[in-house]
Design a protein around this ligand. Structure first.
Ligand SMILES: [Zn+2]
Length: 252
């Protein structure tokens, strides 16, 4: 059974339990069905969204009118999640060539899944829109997000080419990304991040992302969560060897 064999309803309002039992990937794909409502909201509907930077933050990005529109949509998705009790006040949209290709909103409360963050689901949404067959493991070709492109000139990357992923896309997030989502953005090769509210703003409403950034800078043995590095390293490396030995592997 693959992640996409899940037959549960893609509409969260039709079944709360269904989202809990889906895998994160399937849930991310399914989530695309639930983002239509926020798109139709006007900017004034977003008045309650936390898009205004606090006085103690850096100067906000001077968004052009079009870019502001994308941020407003991210905020609308976030506000919808709050109003419907689906999760925290976080929404994201991914834009390619001036068009929205992915939407996500925090649905941690709806799903009971702690990693159901807006940016993650927006990335899943965009990926499946741009490359639906890849979700079945069958489309690595030109024009897909798994198309190989050469590394940038001067890049220290040891691999000569990588999958394009979401290179060239922008992501608009109504609040600063947590480290998990920022990592997801790196993996996606998204080219530009626009976020509105700061990490400090997020802390002020009770979400503790900021300490995670600080924790990541510490050595393994000083993290706030116990970490045992290199535990049974040889066992882990068996899969690495399988990857290295795979003649037709598709690097990404
Ligand atoms: Zn996050």
């Amino acid at each position: 059974m693959t992640d996409f064999d899940c037959k549960h309803s893609p509409r969260p309002e039709l079944g709360r339990r269904s989202f809990i039992t889906c895998t994160a990937v399937a849930a991310g794909v399914a989530a695309t069905g639930g983002f239509a409502d926020a798109r139709s909201k006007s900017p004034k509907d977003n008045a309650a969204a936390p898009t205004q930077p606090a006085a103690d933050t850096a100067v906000p990005i001077q968004a052009l009118e079009e870019k502001r529109k994308f941020m407003e949509e991210a905020a609308a998705l976030a506000t919808e999640s709050v109003e419907k009790g689906w999760g925290g006040p976080f929404g994201a949209v991914i834009v390619k060539d001036g068009k929205v290709i992915g939407r996500g909103q925090n649905r941690v409360l709806l799903t009971g899944c702690p990693v159901y963050h807006a940016e993650i689901t927006a990335i899943m949404d965009a990926s499946q829109r741009l490359n639906p067959k890849a979700l079945l493991g069958s489309d690595y070709g030109a024009g897909t997000i798994l198309e190989m492109i050469p590394r940038e000139p001067g890049s220290p990357d040891l691999v000569p080419e990588r999958a394009k992923m979401l290179k060239g896309c922008e992501i608009y997030i109504n609040g600063a990304p947590c480290p998990m989502c920022m990592s997801a953005i790196y993996w996606s090769r998204i080219s530009h991040v626009y976020f509105a509210a700061s990490l400090e703003d997020t802390s002020h409403i009770g979400f503790d992302d900021a300490f995670q950034y600080a924790d990541f800078k510490k050595p393994w043995d000083q993290r706030s969560i116990a970490v045992t590095p290199n535990f049974e390293r040889d066992v882990g490396l068996t899969a690495y060897r399988a990857w290295e030995d795979k003649k037709d592997r598709h690097p990404y």
